[in-house]
Design a protein around this ligand. Structure first.
Ligand SMILES: [Zn+2]
Length: 322
């Protein structure tokens, strides 16, 4: 079972200086609402959750105590939820949302951030300030992929409106839970319900539902990824991108320097329609770029091996959210 450790940043009213809105609202209370909503959704989907701050709001648990608990418990991921402030007086402009991972290269944490960030930006309806790096105790001391969310600035007159809206805080928490489940390949039963495919039409034959095999998320676009993609896009499931000429096209999957073959492919046509690019059935840089845009990975039009965009595609194929 997937194990998620979470905390609301700081402690409850009065137990910590923390940050406040110019009206005196404590950050922890906003953070707490988000964490509660996230935990409810995670639990509803069978995820085990450890909350490392004091949910009663009476005490402020130190950061090292929080990360020690999560490490000892063996959490798969850690998410710490915060809201920010630049100062102590009202600012009349929108500031927005940012997500932090630890300084340096932490590919798993960065993927986790990419799963979470766009979803809760959308849920709050605030400006996207992007994914950033910092040196923070929570992300530094945890042994598992960890991110810290900052769901808006409490001293912005615009941002605070979303924070004072309980429905938005709940949506923020649920969006964070959705991102975590996407990262962990946990089947998310509360969103994107699967529409069953029409039966093959054979009368009298029992419909056999083949359990969906889980792709390994390795960033390598091989036959099984192609098959899962074909299944998701309702094209013939043969694990082959194009038959003509196979080698050149296969090579093209991993490099943009080779010449693409003349053969077009059903599954690439379907993919191109999905990501909104000219549907010529050829997997070239424009299609890769559109796929990167669709999945929110860096848009360089290049597939490496292993590749960030393929990893993200595999994750979404597994989650049924591609
Ligand atoms: Zn904070």
């Amino acid at each position: 079972m997937a194990k998620v450790a979470m905390c609301a940043g700081h402690g409850g009213s009065g137990s910590t200086p923390g940050k406040r809105s110019p009206a005196g609202e404590y950050e922890w209370n906003f953070n707490d609402a988000v964490v509660r909503a996230a935990i409810a959704k995670l639990k509803a989907n069978g995820v085990e959750v450890l909350r490392t701050d004091d949910a009663s709001g009476k005490t402020d648990i130190g950061l090292t105590a929080r990360t020690n608990k999560a490490n000892a418990w063996g959490a798969d991921v850690y998410v710490s939820c915060h809201h920010n402030a630049l100062g102590t007086s009202w600012l009349n402009y929108e500031i927005g949302i940012e997500t932090f991972t630890q300084n340096g290269s932490h590919p798993q944490a960065e993927i986790l951030a990419r799963c979470i960030h766009p979803k809760y930006v959308k849920a709050m309806g605030l400006k996207d300030r992007g994914m950033k790096k910092s040196n923070l105790a929570i992300t530094r001391q945890t042994k598992m992929p960890a991110v810290l969310t900052e769901g808006g600035f409490m001293d912005s007159r615009i941002d605070i409106k979303s924070m004072r809206d309980n429905a938005k805080l709940k949506a923020q928490g649920e969006a964070i839970a959705d991102g975590i489940m996407e990262f962990l390949n946990v089947k998310n039963t509360n969103s994107a319900p699967k529409v069953s495919k029409p039966s093959s039409g054979k009368t009298g034959s029992k419909q056999i539902t083949k359990p969906k095999s889980i792709l390994s998320v390795d960033g390598k676009w091989g036959n099984s990824t192609t098959q899962a993609l074909q299944e998701a896009l309702n094209t013939p499931v043969d694990g082959v991108i194009s038959k003509q000429p196979k080698n050149a096209v296969t090579q093209a999957l991993y490099s943009t320097t080779v010449q693409f073959g003349n053969g077009s492919s059903n599954v690439i046509v379907a993919l191109q329609k999905k990501v909104g690019v000219k549907a010529d059935g050829k997997l070239g840089p424009a299609t890769i770029k559109a796929l990167q845009k669709y999945l929110g990975t860096p848009q360089d039009g290049v597939l490496s091996r292993p590749s960030m965009v393929v990893e993200e595609m595999q994750r979404r194929l597994n989650a049924g959210t591609f």
